[in-house]
Ligand binder design. Structure first.
Ligand code: NAD
Length: 481
């Protein structure tokens, strides 16, 4: 069984307490790796290494930092197949998805920020004829980066790349559920020649290693992606220490389909938005809202798409729908579907575990893509994040009702609108409460744009300028003329 190590001060090291957690392969239900169950002592060593490396890394010319990060991107690309296999084994996602999306995006994250820092500019404000004010942006110091299990390498590198590019050093804590790709990344950083201590990766549980990282006095900025409840706990721990905080949290994203939309495309994409990665993407469209006259067609189309997805061994190329990430998560999804039934919903596709696709996967966590109709706006199923392959479909009469229904949630991460009416598209986009609105598309991402949520989907933004600003402290220099 593969034994994962922490990455501290440029070395792969055992956790100080020699304690390990079994990492379970979701497709088989069997342990496939051992990951460090690190504690506050390990976090302390990692933070000390990062703090020691900070002055030299912050003083390293942007061009050199850029070259090193580009080298890491290159190595990720060269190791795409091995990383995709690790990602698929660790998460249960179809390997084709890992190959096409997760791993290329991890490389793109490094490329994007490695080149962005070569084009930095600073502002100057001339105060009448009295003074010139310019703004210097300095790295904040040691950043704490905490990521979830659903897109492990994609989201981890989305934090690591801007933190390092801007001259910070970092301690990252990947999800204990999916530690493999972060371990591979440690090895690639060593191969790339990243100076010791610039990036440190500590594996372990949220309540132990994660909480210790948030609480550490030398960690000045925390970038967190995960559940809303965890985000609240982190905000509470970080607030009295005045740490810079970015929280990317849960969602319950509406997918609004107007009757004038290109219906075949809207249906196909609504199904893709609901079930990609077994519905375990924070941006998944888990509530489909359809204009009354198109309702039956959409219900029929999405149910048909759900039933036709090929459920299989995630490691096989033909698989479109893999395993859920863990037994606990499978049980959570089952409970959510039971609740949907109790609330009066009709399950028109799925609603049960799927049989194992082969002998290897006999103990795996497979659940059918599930479509539920007939639920009122007040139901818990319509309001609470399930984060699994479950989508609800409801109808609306007019634009105002669609917007009211879309906004009737504590979350506000993403939304989708399908229409061919240009004016309506802009009107609705303006009124929906979410960090991103996709018009006639889903998951099209430009890394320059701000990314994040409103309401209980988080505070702060990642992506492009926003990330460069998050990881740097502005300083005003006022020069009397
Ligand atoms: P989670 O909140 O359970 O865990 C996320 C990370 O936080 C893990 O590394 C975990 O170990 C750590 N953690 C847990 N408790 C902690 C604590 N007290 N202090 C510090 N760290 C702690 O989330 P998850 O189950 O891994 O991921 C699923 C959730 O993530 C969903 O709610 C999903 O919507 C959300 N998510 C959001 C985005 C986004 O961009 N907004 C992206 C992906 C996932």
């Amino acid at each position: 069984m593969e034994r994962i190590a922490n990455y501290i001060a440029g070395e792969l090291v055992e956790p100080a307490g020699s304690s390990y957690l079994e990492s379970i392969e979701p497709a088989t239900g069997k342990a496939h790796a051992l990951a460090p169950d690190s504690d506050a002592g390990d976090v302390d060593s990692a933070v000390a290494a990062a703090a020691e490396a900070f002055p030299a890394w912050a003083a390293t010319p942007a061009e050199e930092r850029s070259k090193l990060l580009l080298r890491i991107a290159e190595l990720i690309e060269q190791n795409l197949e091995a990383l995709a296999q690790a990602e698929s084994r660790d998460t249960g996602k179809p390997i084709t998805l890992a190959r096409r999306v997760d791993i290329p995006r991890a490389a793109a994250n490094f490329r994007f920020f490695a080149t962005a820092i070569l084009h930095e500019k600073s502002e100057l404000h001339a105060t009448d004829h009295a003074a010139l004010n310019y703004t210097l942006r300095r790295p904040r110091g040691v950043a704490g980066l905490i990521s979830p299990w659903n897109l492990p390498l994609y989201l981890f590198t989305w934090k690591i790349a801007p933190a390092l590019a801007t001259g910070n050093t970092a301690v990252g804590k990947p999800s204990e559920v999916t530690p493999l790709t972060a371990f591979h990344l440690s090895k690639l950083c060593i191969e790339a020649g990243l100076p010791p201590g610039v990036l440190n990766i500590v594996h372990g549980r949220g309540g132990d290693a994660g909480a210790a990282l948030v609480a550490h006095p030398k960690v000045t900025a925390i970038s967190f992606t995960g559940g809303t409840k965890t985000g609240a706990a982190i905000a509470k721990a970080a607030a009295p220490k005045f740490k810079k905080l970015s929280l990317e949290l849960g969602g319950k994203n509406p997918n609004i389909i107007f009757a004038d939309a290109d219906m075949d495309l809207a249906i196909a994409e609504a199904a893709r938005a609901a079930f990609t990665n077994q519905g375990q993407i924070c941006l998944c469209g888990s509530r489909i809202l359809v204009e009354r006259s198109a309702y039956e067609r959409v219900v029929e189309g999405v149910a048909k798409a759900a039933k036709s997805l090929v459920i299989g061994d995630p490691m096989e190329d033909s698989t479109q729908h893999g395993a859920l990430v863990s037994r606990e998560h499978l049980e959570k999804v089952e409970t959510a579907v039971e609740l949907a039934r109790e609330e009066g919903g009709t399950v028109i596709a799925g609603g049960e575990r799927a049989p194992a696709p082969n002998e290897r996967c006999a103990g795996g966590y497979f659940y059918r893509p599930t479509v539920v109709t007939g639920l009122g706006a007040d139901c818990r199923t319509e309001r609470e994040e399930i984060f699994g392959p479950v989508v609800t479909i409801s109808s609306f009469e007019n634009e105002d009702e669609a917007i009211a229904r879309a906004n009737d949630t504590v979350y506000g991460l993403a939304s989708m609108v399908w229409t061919n009416d240009l004016r309506r598209a802009h009107r609705v986009a303006e009124r929906i409460e979410s960090g991103i609105v996709w018009i006639n598309c889903w998951m099209l991402r430009d890394l320059r744009t701000p990314f994040g949520g409103v309401k209980k989907s988080g505070v702060g933004r990642e992506g492009g300028e926003e990330a460069l600003r998050f990881f740097t402290e502005p300083k005003n220099v006022c020069v009397k003329m």
